[in-house]
Design a protein around this ligand. Sequence first.
Ligand SMILES: Nc1ncnc2c1ncn2[C@@H]1O[C@H](COP(=O)(O)OP(=O)(O)OP(=O)(O)O)[C@@H](O)[C@H]1O
Ligand SMILES: [Mg+2]
Length: 330
Amino acid sequence: MNILAIETSCDETSAAIYGDDGLLANEIASQLIHQKYGGVVPELASRAHVRNIMPIIDAALTKASISKETISAIAVTYGPGLVGSILVGLNFAKALALAWNKPLIGINHIEGHLFSNFVNAKFPEEPFITLIVSGGHTLLVRVNAPGQYQIMGTTKDDAAGEAFDKVAKMLNLGYPGGPIIDKISQRADASYLRLSKPKMDNKFDFSFSGIKTAVLYFIKKLAPEELEKHRADIAASFQSTAVNFLIDRSFSLVDEIGLKILSVVGGVACNSLLRKRLAERALSENVRVLVPPPLLCTDNAAMIARAGYFKYQKGNFSPLSISPDPSLAL
Ligand SMILES: Nc1ncnc2c1ncn2[C@@H]1O[C@H](COP(=O)(O)OP(=O)(O)OP(=O)(O)O)[C@@H](O)[C@H]1O
Ligand SMILES: [Mg+2]
């Protein structure tokens, strides 16, 4: 059984094939055009998806060395994300399903991220906690089984990735800011700026706007030459506070519920400090921490194919009338 998956929810056009023999292809076309605008321009993203989608699907089929006859179903992201971007992938998937006479499986992009840790590993048989940290989401989820989710905490304002990108913008570092902050923080002083973590009513919720605003006020008061000198130190201070916040909440939830597995997924899971601190805490607290390889943290169709594989086994198909849902929740 082979699932062909398509992912176009934001600015990555991706096609993947996952089946009984594991991941056979995961082709990704990233759109660099958005860098000069400092963020994703929806109209440009849709146009780039239209240009990229056919070649990327061809590339995935070629890489996997399989023909369309051996595809069992087409899985595709139908939300959340940019409606104009989702429409390109979703309509293409519908056309393929119709032309090839294969079932269609609509996938929630966030559930896709959740499955990204199980592209190369087995889905745990016991319940576990997942921290989903991406550009648009920061969620702590108790996973009882595939498809059975209980949201334990969420962000009350910005998502973690969004905060990384906004702080990078304040510091004139370019877009996307997360990877740049990660890189320049490596040899910087993270104790330069003291930022306090917000207090929340629910101890498993998150908030990043207060930390971000504290950075903004600090920058505004700084002389230009001081900003020039300490740009990386400010970035590192923000990164360290954000990472500690994410880790503390996740481990206190794992500890309180008494589960032994913490899965961390989404673009921010690429962050090297987060990965380092997770490994340290895993060791000291005897918790199994799962983090995907960086290519499976940011948007990719492999995770959509993996989620599609699970839904195919359950016979969970979608009608051809399925529409994009830009604010689809987990
Ligand atoms: N090394 C890194 N350190 C910190 N943040 C990072 C790093 N690499 C990527 N990111 C952040 O990850 C985010 C992108 O992740 P992802 O592709 O999962 O998000 P998205 O698809 O835009 O949002 P969502 O999945 O919530 O719809 C960006 O905000 C980016 O800055
Ligand atoms: Mg994503």
